[in-house]
Design a protein around this ligand. Structure first.
Ligand SMILES: [Mn+2]
Length: 257
């Protein structure tokens, strides 16, 4: 039973007929990716989203107790205050409700040694949850030699990936080279406690992180849920989902033993 954190849309487009209401949602390929491997996929609504909704009486801890693993979706930039900076290069308004809820979820699942897997923003969030920092904008801060985002090409924008020899990703894929999509303007600057970079782009930008302690803590900067493997040059997403679900299954079995 896999928990997926929500994306939050504060002002829903008029054609959806919800006027000024908020929406929390899950992108389809993320749900398909989880379900295609036989796991149940459950999106967790953030406890409140403003606008006069009733306050929740359940917490991230309650969800972590009930479910087996946490998958963090991509989305908008984190509030730089969370890593001790003022906003200089972020795009859009941060969402404090989503930031807080996801930080609480990472803490709650990881404290129980239940697997946590972050995609794009989700990887950045894991890093910040463990005390690391981000580049607010890779290009503006001179951290990358080429663009990690091309809005007109979106998920068709790819770059080479170097998987660290001897680490989990190289192990699962059986190679140290690959290609992935790239839809991010931010990136990991300093690593959080107990995290290691296990893949990088050829310009040195960190593309995957792994927790060295007990439990399963993985973040990838690309979107494996969009990579269906029909292009043999691209790394398929399924080995990552398989490793995550295997860890969740093991943790669940250990609980019941
Ligand atoms: Mn990239």
């Amino acid at each position: 039973m896999i928990a997926v954190s929500p994306r939050i849309q504060k002002r829903v487009p008029a054609e959806m007929g919800l006027h000024d209401k908020s929406m929390q949602y899950l992108e389809q390929s993320m749900a398909s990716w989880v379900q295609s491997q036989g796991a149940l996929c459950m999106m967790l609504p953030a406890p409140e989203s403003g606008g006069g909704v009733r306050m929740a009486t359940v917490s991230a801890d309650d969800y972590a107790e009930a479910l087996d693993g946490l998958l963090l979706q991509g989305g908008k930039d984190l509030d730089p205050a969370l890593y001790g900076q003022t906003p200089e290069h972020i795009i859009g308004e941060p969402d404090p409700v989503r930031d807080r809820f996801e930080l609480d979820l990472v803490q709650a699942f990881h404290a129980r040694r239940k697997p946590v897997f972050g995609i794009c923003r989700g990887m950045q969030l894991i890093n910040v949850a463990l005390g690391g920092s981000l580049y607010q904008d890779l290009a503006a801060q001179g951290a990358s030699a080429y663009s990690h985002v091309e809005s007109s090409r979106y998920d068709q924008h790819h770059h080479a990936l170097c998987l660290q020899q001897g680490e989990v990703l190289a192990d699962w894929y059986g190679t140290t080279e690959g290609r992935v999509n790239s839809i991010h303007h931010q990136g990991v600057a300093t690593l959080g406690r107990g995290l290691k970079a296990v893949a990088r782009a050829s310009d040195g930008v960190i593309e995957a992180i792994w927790g060295l302690g007990e439990g399963f803590l993985l973040g990838v900067q690309w979107h494996p849920e969009f990579q269906d493997g029909r292009d043999p040059a691209l790394l398929p997403g399924d080995p990552l989902m398989r490793a995550f679900l295997d860890a969740a299954q093991q943790r669940r079995d250990a609980d019941r033993a």
